[in-house]
Design a protein around this ligand. Structure first.
Ligand code: AMP
Ligand code: MG
Length: 402
């Protein structure tokens, strides 16, 4: 059986990034840039006042009691219609272009205005004071963002400054979700005897939406070969199809065979981990030339959740160009003792927080892979390697933020 690392390697090897597409800037949060961005202008585009105050010739205010004639007023967006001559000043607001002749801005707080004249207290003015020079932050021709960068608020703001209303990005993967099981009823219905609600769809929908994907829920497929095949074919229209349930050893675990009949090629079935051992992964090369990724997640909710975090999110990162592709753990110290006795590496829902000596983690009591309620207190999962070990408080473990 594959280890988690081997399974992640196989996903990384099988998944190809989606082709780049143009996107409006406003829809690009979280996407990865697919072009280098070169500045076509200087920033700021002109010498700019950094303070509300007075634009002066520094040589005029060497002495603290120098008095200057006020010959104009400049607000942001206004260009001076004359230069500042010797013995003159213009009142200026933050962001306004520095008028010709002036080479410093003195703060309004340091000015004593007397009718048409102003004098300054306390400071001689050095040239350049309170001025941001043209091109100080960015010069025309600079590569300011490189392909591969994930777009956050600051990158989007910079693109807006450059007037790039549309950019080339790796698009959001579209992810179809298909819950399987005769026992499932939709969330808004009351389960009959032996039935349960389809909680996995809502949970998985949130997990992949959080990763920036477009989500298309396909509802519930009964454990019936014909219905399964029909719904799987609809799901294969999308970049990723995630099924939940039907991949274990039960009589009605029909998913792997149904996927095979739909032309999906198995890459792996079963991974050495807990919870989530029956997880299934395959690929389908669609007639449009694009490769689809298909996951069969075990039906138990915590298994589904853990496998989505480890495996589905890895495929999503690979499709959308995010790096690193693999889930990145942090090292944290255990707050409590923990006893681990299992031959499988186990991902335990946990609470991760920052402490004075670095990250610390508390594994939560949970009743196994059907216990979704315990995950509500969790924001992470702690990985306990296979074997029998009694961990002490303070021991360092690998933790994956959720
Ligand atoms: P399976 O993987 O189909 O054998 O299902 C394992 C367990 O998970 C069973 O107890 C199922 O009832 C439960 N289960 C399967 N699908 C879902 C779902 N969509 N939502 C909640 N529980 C589920
Ligand atoms: Mg089932």
């Amino acid at each position: 059986m594959l280890t988690v690392e081997q399974a992640l390697d196989q996903i990384a090897a099988a998944v190809r990034p989606l082709p780049a597409r143009r996107s409006p800037l406003a829809d690009a949060l979280g996407l990865v840039l697919a072009e280098n961005i070169v500045s076509d202008s200087d920033s700021p585009p002109f010498d700019k006042a950094l303070m509300d105050g007075f634009a002066v010739r520094a040589a005029d205010v060497l002495r603290a009691d120098s008095s200057l004639n006020i010959v104009g007023e400049l607000t942001a967006g206004q260009i001076a219609d004359r230069p500042v001559g010797p013995g003159e000043t213009m009142q200026i607001m933050t962001g306004a272009p520095i008028p010709a002749g002036a080479d410093a801005v003195l703060r309004i707080e340091d000015a004593v205005i007397d009718g048409e004249t102003v004098r300054f207290v306390g400071i001689p003015a050095q040239p350049g004071r309170n001025i941001l020079r043209r091109g100080a932050a960015m010069r025309a021709g600079d590569v300011v963002l490189s392909a591969g960068r994930r777009l956050r608020a600051q990158e989007l703001g910079l693109l807006a400054e450059l007037g790039r209303a549309e950019i080339s990005v790796l698009p959001r993967p579209s992810v179809a979700l298909l819950a399987t099981g005769d026992e499932l009823v939709p969330v808004d219905q009351v389960p009959g005897p032996g039935q349960i609600r389809n909680s996995n769809e809502t949970m998985l929908q949130a997990q992949v939406a959080r990763a920036g994907c477009r989500v298309v829920p396909l509802g519930i497929a009964r454990d019936n070969e014909r219905i399964l095949e029909q719904k799987i074919r609809a799901g294969l229209e999308h970049d990723v199809l995630c099924l939940s349930g039907g991949v274990s050893m039960g009589k009605l675990d029909l998913v792997p065979a149904a996927l095979a009949r739909c032309g999906v090629r198995e890459v792996f079935h079963k991974v050495h981990l807990k919870p989530g051992k029956p997880v299934w992964f395959g690929v389908y090369d669609a007639p449009d030339g694009r490769r689809r990724c298909i996951f069969g997640l075990p039906g138990n909710p915590v298994s589904s959740m853990v496998c989505c975090e480890l495996f589905v999110q890895t495929a999503i990162r690979a499709l959308s160009g995010q790096t690193p592709i693999r889930p990145a753990p942090v090292s944290a110290r255990l707050v409590t003792t923990h006893s681990h006795h299992d031959d499988r590496p186990t991902f335990v829902p946990s609470h991760l927080e920052s402490g004075l000596d670095g990250p610390r983690v508390t594994p939560l009591g949970w009743k196994g892979s059907a216990d979704l309620r315990s995950t509500v207190a969790a924001n992470a999962m702690t990985l306990f390697p296979p074997g029998d070990k009694d961990y002490a408080a303070g021991d360092v473990v690998d933790v994956y933020a959720w």
